[in-house]
Design a protein. Structure first.
Length: 85
């Protein structure tokens, strides 16, 4: 599977704007099916952009994202996804 930087940006923005934990299933769309979202979330967690549950999967097979990490916020700021207040 190829890395989709538009999806990476969308995931970072979605998680950053969420009030609570996020399920990867919530981000799946017709354009980005759950398999694609889950792959990108795992990749982003592996590289320290997202904080996911310890085992990366809950009992139902979904992925829960606890939040965006410092590194994830840095990516957002450097790429212009977020504005520093």
């Amino acid at each position: 599977m190829k890395r989709d930087l538009d999806l990476v940006r969308s995931i970072l923005m979605y998680v950053e704007n969420a009030d609570d934990e996020v399920d990867a299933d919530d981000m799946a769309t017709e354009r980005w099916p759950i398999e694609t979202v889950a792959y990108h979330v795992r990749l982003m967690a592996h590289h320290g952009l997202l904080d996911v549950s310890q085992d990366v999967r809950d009992m139902n097979g979904g992925i829960t994202i606890a939040g965006i990490t410092w590194g994830g916020q840095e990516v957002c700021l450097q790429c212009g996804y977020m504005k520093f207040p």
